[in-house]
Design a protein around this ligand. Structure first.
Ligand code: NAD
Ligand code: LMR
Length: 324
């Protein structure tokens, strides 16, 4: 059985995510799970309602549910920690505007994971701004190897794949190597130069003008477009991307593909500052280790845009330096 910690259990992402984990969409239909769900005191009763519904589903794989408001209790022995619980932005805000409110959450949660989680715990931060929150969490968990911390750009990758597939009139499964570089923010860099559609470079299939001037902005602004349309930020698609992230962490990546993942930059092959959580194209190897794909050639366009995303992450780090 695997123990899965999920934070923000009464929130909108979790009203989808918890049920999908319990039904076997995280680790497969043959892996029993225990859910360890954290909430803040004002929303614990709402979470109790969610737990009633989880029980009422009779999920065969769901063997135990632990809930609470103290991460030092809830994170006991967990093998995965999906850190979702944090304020979402609303219309007109950027994700980094959340940093001072949300950043501090990840100090205590990092300490609690350090003290209580299973040694093999893999931590995936979803709560925004997720790269910098992940950096805070990792620095507050000094006994957990830094290569066990990740933040999520898989939703951006999935959005990018969907846009490319729609434009090329193919299936999303025909799109591969759709890397996102940098920060999960408007400065993210969806790398259309290396994306492939049915085995061909996307730039050979679609117009470079559309890729550069329409596609990139659509991906960068998709989170905002959803807030504009729904009045709330993405939830079911975010939950789905979190499941995809964990799937890619625990399964060997096919030879002809990559997955986008934000991870610790120490000794990265692209000369990005050594103390950030940054999105790279990655591959999970047969032994379970995660490798950044090396020697992806940066065009001058990529170089300029990736530098801007790095600059934003350096500024975010400056703002929360006291939490590291
Ligand atoms: P929500 O407001 O519906 O739910 C958040 C929940 O977290 C609330 O129930 C809140 O009480 C709880 N919470 C707050 N502080 C907590 C703490 N210290 N411990 C435990 N729980 C806590 O928000 P949501 O729509 O579910 O989004 C959650 C976060 O995920 C937001 O920051 C949002 O911006 C982010 N997000 C990230 C991505 C991504 O791609 N990385 C995608 C979508 C949303
Ligand atoms: C997203 O990309 O949908 C999330 O990061 C939520 C947001 O604030 O846009």
């Amino acid at each position: 059985m695997k123990r899965i910690a999920v934070t923000g259990g009464a929130g909108q992402i979790n009203y989808n995510l918890l049920f999908r984990i319990a039904s076997g969409d995280l680790l497969g239909k043959d892996v029993p799970v225990a859910l360890h769900i954290l909430e803040v005191p004002p929303f614990i009763d709402v979470l109790k309602g969610v737990v009633m519904e989880l029980n009422d589903c009779c999920f065969p794989l769901l063997q135990e549910i632990v809930i609470g408001t103290d991460p030092f209790e809830v994170f006991e022995d967990v093998n995965f920690a999906l850190l979702v619980g944090a304020k979402p932005r609303s219309k007109g805000m950027e994700r980094k505007d959340l940093i001072l409110d949300n950043g501090k959450i990840f100090v205590e949660q990092g300490k609690a994971l350090n003290a209580k989680a299973a040694k093999d715990v893999k931590v995936v931060v979803v709560g925004n701004p997720c790269n910098t929150n992940c950096l805070i969490c990792m620095h507050n968990a000094p006994d957990i190897s830094k290569d066990q911390f990740f933040a999520m750009t898989r939703l951006d990758e999935n959005r990018a794949k969907a846009f490319l597939a729609q434009e090329a009139k193919v299936l999303t499964t025909d799109v591969k190597k759709m890397a996102i570089w940098g920060n999960h923010s408007k400065t993210q860099v969806p790398d259309f130069f290396h994306a492939e559609i049915q085995g061909k470079k996307a730039i050979e299939v679609l117009s470079e003008d559309w890729l550069k001037n329409t596609f990139v902005e659509k991906v960068q602004n998709r989170g905002g477009a959803i807030i504009e349309a729904r009045g709330k930020s993405s939830a079911a698609s975010a939950a789905s991307a979190a499941l995809d992230t964990v799937f890619s962490l625990v399964s060997t990546t096919p030879e002809d593909d990559w997955h986008s993942l934000c991870l610790y930059t120490k000794n990265n092959p692209y000369n990005i500052d050594n103390d950030l959580i940054f999105s790279f194209p990655c591959r999970t190897l047969e032994d379970g280790s995660i490798k950044i794909i090396e020697a992806v050639e940066w065009t001058p366009y990529l170089e300029e845009k990736i530098a801007l995303s790095q600059k934003e992450l350096l500024e975010e780090r400056e703002m929360i330096a006291h939490l590291l």
